[in-house]
Ligand binder design. Structure first.
Ligand code: PLP
Ligand code: COI
Length: 336
C-alpha cells in the first residue's frame, strides 16, 4: 500500500485493497465476494452502457475519537438505493445484504480509513448496474451490485470558506415528473455540461430552480439547498424533483433538537432577499457555505462563511459523526 497524506486528501478516487461485488442472474443474488481487481468485465451490449440502467449511493465511514469505526446512517442509503433500483426496473437487493456488504468492504479496506483528526473519511460508493446484454430498450436480465471504498477529504477545495453558485436559465436538472428524486447515473451525466460552463465562469457549483417555472429553489448538482432566513429559521425545499438527502434530513432533526426552527416547504426565488445564510448539504459536501448566488446579471451575497446557524449545525453534525458528542438519534453504526 502506498503511503497516503491523509490531511491532503481531496475528493479523488484512490484505488484501495478491494471492492465487494455481487451478481444477479435470473433474479437471484449470489453471496458476493471481495475482488482485488478494480476493473469489471462487461458485455459490449450491457444495458447500463447504452441505456444508463445504473444507480449509485454515497456514504461515509469515520474513525471516531474513541478509536472505533462507525458509519453514518447506512440503512438510509440502503433504502434510497432500493428505491432508485426499483424506479429503473433493476432487481433490488435487501437492506440486510447492503449492510453486510458495508461491513465486509470496510473491514477489508480498514488500512485506507483516514485517522481521527485528519478531516478525512472512507467514502463508500455503492453501485448497481444492468449488466446483461440488451439491444432493445428493456430492463436487463443480469445485474452487478458493488461497493467500492476510497479515502476522501473535502469535496470543494475552498472547503468551509464557501463557494459561489450559478443559476442557469437554459439548463435544468430534472423534469417535474422525472427521475430527479432517484440517484440514477443519468441525472449526473445530464448535469456535466452546465457544471463545466459554470466552472469556466468561476462558479464551482450550479444551483437549479424547478424546471417547470424557474420560480422555486430545487437543489445543487450534488447536494441539497437550504437557507437561513433573517429571522433565523432553517428552510429547505419541498420538491418532487430533488434527491431526498440524508444529510438534509439529519440537519432538520438536529436543528429542531438545538432550538432552531426547521421547515421543509416550497421556497420561491423571490424570497432570496430574506436569506442571511445559504448552504449546500450532502455526504460529499457535508455543509458547504454558499457566499454568492448569481442569476443572469444579478448577484446576491450572504454571510454564509461566518454564518452562526451554519457553524452550529456543522459542528453539531460533525461532532456526532466523529463521536465527539452523544448520538441522540442513533445515527452512527459501529463496525467491529
Ligand atoms: N442531491 C444530490 C443531487 C446529490 O447527488 C446528493 C448526494 O448524494 C445529495 C443531494 C445529498 O444527499 P445525501 O445527503 O444523502 O448525501
Ligand atoms: C455524495 O454526496 O455522496 C454524492 O453522491 C454526491 C456525488 C455526486 C459526489
Amino acid at each position: 500500500m502506498k503511503s497516503i497524506e491523509w490531511s491532503k486528501l481531496g475528493f479523488e478516487y484512490i484505488p484501495t485493497a478491494c471492492h465487494i461485488e455481487y451478481k444477479n442472474i435470473n433474479g437471484k443474488w449470489d453471496r458476493g465476494r471481495l475482488v482485488k481487481d478494480p476493473y469489471i468485465s462487461l458485455s459490449i451490449a450491457a444495458e447500463c452502457l447504452h441505456y444508463g440502467q445504473a444507480a449509485f449511493e454515497g456514504l461515509k465511514v469515520y474513525r471516531c475519537q474513541d478509536g472505533k469505526v462507525r458509519v453514518f446512517r447506512d440503512i438510509e442509503n440502503a433504502k434510497r438505493m432500493i428505491s432508485s433500483a426499483n424506479y429503473a426496473c433493476m432487481t433490488p437487493f435487501t437492506e440486510e445484504m447492503f449492510v453486510d456488504a458495508v461491513n465486509k468492504v470496510v473491514t477489508a479496506n480498514i488500512d485506507y480509513l483516514p485517522p481521527y483528526g485528519t478531516g478525512g473519511s472512507l467514502y463508500l460508493r455503492p453501485l448497481i448496474i444492468g449488466s446483461g446484454p440488451k439491444i432493445g430498450i428493456a430492463p436487463s436480465d443480469e445485474y452487478i451490485f458493488l461497493i467500492l471504498a476510497t479515502p476522501v477529504g473535502p469535496y470543494y477545495k475552498e472547503g468551509l470558506k464557501g463557494v459561489n453558485a450559478l443559476i442557469f436559465e437554459d439548463y435544468d436538472r430534472a423534469a417535474p415528473y422525472g427521475a430527479g428524486r432517484y440517484k440514477l447515473a443519468g441525472n449526473y451525466a445530464a448535469s456535466l455540461k452546465a457544471a463545466k460552463i459554470a466552472k469556466e465562469k468561476g462558479y464551482p457549483v450550479v444551483l437549479y430552480l424547478d424546471s417547470k417555472e424557474h420560480k422555486y429553489f430545487d437543489e445543487f448538482t450534488s447536494s441539497n439547498f437550504f437557507a437561513v432566513t433573517n429571522t433565523g429559521e432553517y428552510i429547505t425545499p419541498e420538491s418532487k424533483s430533488i434527491l431526498p438527502s440524508i444529510t438534509n434530513m439529519s440537519l432538520i432533526d438536529l436543528a429542531n433538537h438545538i432550538g432552531i426552527k426547521a421547515t421543509r416547504r416550497s421556497i420561491e426565488f423571490n424570497e432570496i432577499d430574506n436569506f442571511s445564510e445559504v448552504g449546500a448539504c450532502g455526504t460529499a459536501v457535508v455543509i458547504t457555505p454558499i457566499n454568492k448566488i448569481t442569476r443572469e446579471d444579478k448577484s446576491y451575497h450572504f454571510n454564509s462563511e461566518k454564518g452562526p446557524v451554519i457553524q452550529k449545525l456543522y459542528n453539531a453534525l460533525v461532532n456526532i459523526q466523529l463521536g465527539r458528542a452523544p448520538d441522540p438519534f442513533g445515527w452512527m453504526r459501529l463496525i467491529e
